[in-house]
Design a protein around this ligand. Sequence first.
Ligand code: DOR
Ligand code: ZN
Length: 446
Amino acid sequence: MTSILVRNGLVITSTGIYQIDVRIEDGLIMEIGRGLPASGVEEVIEARGHYVLPGIVDEHVHMREPGLEYKDDFEHGSKAAVKGGVTTVIEHPNTIPPVDTPSRLREKAEILKPKAYVDFALTGVLHDGNTHLFEDILAEGAVGFKVFMGPTTGNIPPPSDSSLYEILSKSAKYNTRIMFHAEDHALVVYFTEKARKLGENPILHRDARPPVTEVYSIAKIATIAKYTGGKPHIVHVSSIDALEAVLNARKLGVDITAETCPHYLVLGEEDYSKYGSLVKVNPPIRGGIHREKLLEAVAKGYFDAIGSDHAPHTPEEKSKSIWEASAGFAGVQTMLPLMLDLAIRGYIPLTNIPKLLSENPAKLFKLWPFKGSILPGASGDLVIVDPNTEFVITPEWLEYKYKISPFIGWRLKGRVKHVVLRGSIVVRDGELTGVKTGVWLKPITK
Ligand code: DOR
Ligand code: ZN
């Protein structure tokens, strides 16, 4: 029997901010209310003046196991997650081998389980060769699927139009969200060839994948979703044009949702000269109005979710020339701190943090209300944040295998103080205290 009481904190939920106590018993949230008694409780966390958030559900991580452990591994990645306030991760399938059969899904879970500092859920990948396995992968415990429409790490080929139709038809039939990496393959190849001829300035990566590649891909996905009733989730939306394409489709009745990532909200084209290949990511960091408009869209609630797109590579891979370097960078540990900083500085409402980083990801991928909520009966996962402290991101704080991040040296408002996972304090006063007790989460089906 373990029990903790988090007392007098400001509980932030998607619907409001309440000064209220939360009692967790045997891993579950038992009671929420004012002035809950401390008698019989093993530990009281005094949270006056602090924010209390639901544990963060990062719907977009590439933790590299199996097959790519030389880049990073689940032990480091899940440790980093928990230190950044993430208590559940949804792992993406572009590993080696890719997660494209039921047995590969099961094997991946077995590999991750003994290394997990956080709870995790798995996605499968769909391509021309395995759409017939949709049901079997689902039955094995996938919470959703990923489809790559354009080239990126893993080089998983885009589906044919008929496979896309098949995938979205099954998405409708089984009420399953499909995450799309929406950059049109042929257009990316065309623009990359053109950009490469112009030299090796890192900013050319932006021109190799202009917004039209995203818009064109989303238009295709949305068209087929309209006729099948499928449920696409466009991940890592990087341009305002792409968001508009999503919102236009929604107006036509398509059940389409969208995610963006912190890096599109805090980095801009000036960062190519500052960081070089380190900020190479697909889709690219853009210039002009995109960052400002995307931030505005997050504030207004046009996005459904924020994910980190945590995508670690080695220092060697990230220091090559822009065309040779790998795309993506680690981000699971800095997602919540960056978003908290934006909220505390007034760019986005605080209530959007639990909504976009916790509740909605859990809802989209069938983990809600067990994950992503502060409700009686839910998993006892909380993040306690001191909003009045500033902290600087240092390599020593980062738990990644390779301590590289564009955000090293950034000073942020708000500090993740304590993290609670299923009733256990896994981060205490900023220090990791948790052990590898993470579990594999299968979808909640009603
Ligand atoms: O830059 C990226 N890196 N974008 C992706 O979509 C995948 C990711 C990775 O896995 O490296
Ligand atoms: Zn992607």
